[in-house]
Design a protein around this ligand. Structure first.
Ligand code: ADP
Ligand code: MG
Length: 255
C-alpha cells in the first residue's frame, strides 16, 4: 500500500504551519520524517491521519482518498501511534489492545475467537502477554508505549504512521519498538527524533524545516554535516559505525 501526500498545507489562525508539502511512501518502505522541534512534523502527520483538516492538498493511501473517506474506512487500513497517549479512564492492557479491533467490527458486533487470538498475538509481539490484566495507567512510559503499539498491531493495518514513537524510552525499548515495526513489512511513515536511529531504520528520509521539505533522499546521501548544521543548527561530523557500517553522527559543541 502506497501513501501519496500532494501539496498539503495547514494553517492555524492564518499562520501557515505546513506549507505545500508533498511526499511519497512506496510499497513497504520505511520512511522517516525528521526536523527540529516546532517545524510542523506532528501537524503534517495529523493532517495525514485525519485529526486536522488541511487547508489544501490531497492524501491517498493507494486508491483511498483519505481526506474524503470515513474515519472507519481509513482505520481499516491505517494504524497510528501518536505522540501523547494519556488516558483519563483506566483500562486493562488487554482491553486497550482489543480496541484495535474496532474498525473491523459492526456497531454491536462483539469480539469473537479470532479477534481474541489477534489481540493475544499482538500482546505477545510486544512482550506484554503476561501483563494483560494490569491497569494501563499503572504502567511505565515504555510499557504504555508498547500497549499502544499492541493496539495498532491488533488493528492489522496495511500502513502505519508513528509520531516520535520512542520519545522518552530507554534505548533498549527504542530499538525494540523500531524492530517490531520494521518486521511488519508494511509501509511506514515515522517522525523520528534520533538521527542515528533514523539513518539506521529508514529507507528514505524527508527533512522538514519551517513547515517545508528542506531535503529528501536516502539517509546516507542526505545526512551530511552541512545539512544537519543548516537544519538543526548544530555542528557535527558523520562517521561509519565500526561494527554495523551504519551512518553515525558525532555532535560537536552547539554553535
Ligand atoms: P513538531 O512536531 O515538528 O515539533 P508541531 O507540528 O507540533 O511541530 O508544531 C508546529 C507549529 O505549529 C508550532 O509552532 C506549534 O506551536 C504550532 N501549532 C501546533 N498545533 C497548533 C494548534 N492547534 N494551534 C495553533 N498552533 C499550533
Ligand atoms: Mg511533534
Amino acid at each position: 500500500m502506497d501513501l501519496n501526500v500532494e501539496r498539503l498545507a495547514v494553517s492555524f489562525s492564518n499562520v501557515n504551519i505546513v506549507k505545500d508539502v508533498s511526499l511519497k511512501v512506496r510499497n513497504k518502505q520505511f520512511v522517516g520524517l525528521i526536523g527540529p522541534n516546532g517545524c510542523g512534523k506532528s501537524t503534517l502527520l495529523k493532517s495525514i491521519y485525519k485529526v486536522i483538516k488541511p487547508k489544501q492538498g490531497n492524501v491517498f493511501l493507494s486508491d483511498l482518498d483519505v481526506i474524503k473517506a470515513s474515519p472507519k474506512a481509513v482505520a481499516q487500513k491505517l494504524g497510528v501511534v501518536g505522540q501523547f497517549n494519556e488516558l483519563s479512564f483506566d483500562f486493562t492492557v488487554r482491553e486497550m489492545a482489543a480496541m484495535g479491533r474496532t474498525p473491523h467490527k459492526g456497531m454491536l458486533e462483539t469480539d469473537n475467537r479470532q479477534d481474541h487470538e489477534i489481540v493475544t498475538s499482538a500482546l505477545r509481539m510486544v512482550n506484554l502477554e503476561g501483563h494483560s490484566e494490569r491497569s494501563y495507567n499503572s504502567l511505565s512510559g515504555g510499557e504504555k508505549q508498547r500497549v499502544i503499539l499492541a493496539r495498532v498491531l491488533a488493528q492489522q493495518p496495511e500502513f502505519m504512521i508513528l509520531d516520535e514513537p520512542t520519545n522518552h524510552l530507554d534505548i533498549k525499548y527504542q530499538l525494540q519498538i523500531l524492530n517490531i515495526v520494521k518486521k511488519l513489512d508494511i509501509g511506514i511513515l515515522a517522525a523520528l527524533h534520533d538521527l542515528t536511529l533514523a539513518a539506521e531504520y529508514c529507507d528514505y528520509l524527508y527533512v522538514m524545516k519551517q513547515g517545508q521539505v528542506a531535503a529528501s533522499g536516502r539517509p546516507e546521501d542526505i545526512l551530511t554535516k552541512e545539512l544537519i548544521g543548516q537544519v538543526f543548527d548544530v555542528a557535527c561530523e558523520t562517521y561509519r559505525n565500526p561494527v554495523t557500517g551504519a551512518l553515525g553522527i558525532a555532535y560537536l559543541e552547539t554553535r
